[in-house]
Design a protein around this ligand. Structure first.
Ligand code: NDP
Ligand code: 2IT
Length: 461
């Protein structure tokens, strides 16, 4: 490279770095209390420096300025009446972040911790995740600070109906297609679908995904996120000449994503020795008996502490963060955001972890991710590794619009193919933009370029 070329290149890089700093500072000023949103933004924009240096047109057309502001964001009152006849009020949200690639698509989370920052971080990440799937879906997210946990079935139904009485005005099969997330599973989706149908006066199957199989759901959607995570990690392992067989695995959480990640990892010959809930974790050196965990969830007595009733040799540890001190080859965080901090990451590395695959959204803090990337472990970031759920949601939409129902094997094969493509596209982007092997920047870059090009093609809107 000539001196002029080097100078030009470094000048371009400097300009891109300055631009990114300016953009991030402005976002911080505009959203000062939204720590989770800012964390998600920082990770993305930092990855994009080499892309912006090579393609200054993205700066000229204000792609980042536009991407960082949701196209539309609503919050609304959700009043409902509890079993004692008392009026309760929760807050509902839907953030419609970006529709460059298709209708807004992303889950609804019902958990007491839900606030604007959480919904925005999830909605922002969803844009890039959905782009990576190769499916025609934009990004959005929603939810409520409602806690379905201590509520009766009828209370959950009344809440879901009230929530949808407002939300239905803003969604539709070609507009915005919500699905499940923490605290929202087939039951909640069913109650919301019923209310949508009643308000709209039409059976529009494609308005929600994660539906029951009797009325438009897709086979393999329930399993898709957990299975997809394991398919993705398998791709990473195979690339280095390894596999799951005989590996010791820990999986945090014991919900939808965790259960099916444990199931597929065990099917591939791994020994899953631990899982958790927000109260504590269980360690079973013989391998977790998944049938017991599934049974606990089905009976409603869903605390993992009860596992030891049937398996007295297993250990229950209070405080869910204890799971990370159990030595393992592969760690799959599948519970919630920021469950792995710097200290935890150090413990995992000191204990010899070889792979970390993120099933939850943003389960590792920025410092933890930096530590993983600086060590020689394999790190699979959430946006790429947990995209299987939303990918199969998109396949559910395809089945709904064609009024067909594909077999489990068909959907599962497509899911495997999608996870493989995400891995390959992310690895390729990482290498093209000077960070070989770094799937954080690779996934962010590959996800970004497609959205940015679609936005540019559609004009300044
Ligand atoms: P579920 O509600 O089915 O299960 C959540 C699990 O995580 C439960 O075991 C729960 O424990 C635990 N958990 C939730 N919040 C916390 C918390 N604040 N601290 C500790 N533990 C917690 O949710 P999912 O399995 O669907 O979702 C798990 C993660 O995966 C989330 O980050 C979600 O955004 C992400 N995800 C989900 C997808 C899906 O298709 N469902 C797709 C892609 C990502 P407890 O019962 O004690 O609350
Ligand atoms: O975080 C996620 O990708 C999800 N909760 C799934 C979203 C969806 O639309 O299936």
């Amino acid at each position: 490279m000539s001196t002029i070329e080097t100078t030009l290149k470094s000048d371009k890089q400097k300009k891109a770095n300055q631009y990114i700093e300016k953009i991030y500072n402005a976002t911080e000023q505009r959203n000062p209390h939204e720590s989770e949103f800012l964390q998600a933004v920082k990770e993305i924009v930092d990855s994009l420096a080499p892309v912006l240096a090579h393609h200054p047109q993205y700066m000229d057309s204000g792609i980042l300025e536009r991407l960082l502001e949701p196209e539309k964001s609503i919050s609304f009152r959700v009043p409902w009446v509890d079993d004692q006849g008392k009026v309760q009020v929760n807050r509902g949200y839907r953030v419609q972040f970006n529709s460059a690639l298709g209708p807004y698509k992303g889950g609804l989370r019902f958990h007491p911790s839900v606030n604007e920052s959480i919904v925005k971080f999830l909605g922002f990440e969803q844009i890039f995740k959905n782009s990576l799937t190769g499916q025609p879906i934009g990004g959005g997210k929603g939810g409520s600070d409602f806690d379905p946990k201590d509520k009766s079935d009828m209370e959950v139904m009344r809440f879901c109906q009230s929530f949808m009485t407002e939300l239905y005005k803003h969604i539709g099969p070609e507009t915005d297609v919500p699905a499940g997330d923490v605290g929202v599973n087939a039951r909640e989706i069913g109650y919301m679908f019923g209310q949508y149908k009643k308000m709209r006066g039409a059976f529009e199957a494609g308005v929600l995904t994660g539906k029951g199989l009797q009325y438009g759901g897709s086979l393999a959607r329930t399993e898709a996120t957990g299975y997809g995570l394991v398919y993705f990690v398998r791709e990473m392992l195979e690339d280095k000449g390894f596999d799951f067989n005989g590996k010791t695995v820990i999986v945090s959480g014991s919900g939808n994503v965790s259960i099916y990640a444990m199931e597929k990892a065990a099917e591939y010959g791994a020994k899953v020795v631990a899982c958790s809930d927000s109260d504590g974790c269980i360690y079973d050196e013989n391998g977790i008996d998944l049938a017991t965990i599934k049974e606990l969830k089905e009976t409603g007595d869903d605390r993992v502490s009860a596992y030891t009733d049937k398996h007295p040799n297993a250990q229950y540890l209070e405080d869910c963060s204890n799971i990370w001190s159990i030595p393992c080859d592969i760690a799959l965080p599948c519970a919630t955001q920021n469950e792995i901090d710097e200290e935890t990451a150090k413990t995992l590395i000191d204990n010899g972890v070889k792979v970390v695959g993120e099933g939850a959204n943003m389960p590792s803090t920025t410092e933890a991710v930096d530590l993983f990337l600086d060590s020689d472990i394999l790190f699979a970031p959430a946006k790429a590794a947990n995209a299987g759920g939303v990918a199969v949601s998109s396949l559910e939409m395809s089945q709904n619009s064609s009024k067909l129902m594909w077999t489990f094997e068909d959907v599962d094969e497509k899911l495997k193919e999608i996870m493989k493509n995400i891995y390959q596209n992310s690895i390729q982007a990482a290498s093209d933009y000077g960070t070989p092997g770094n799937l954080v920047s690779g996934a962010n870059i590959a996800g970004f370029i497609k959205v940015a090009d679609a936005m540019n093609a559609q004009g300044i809107i």
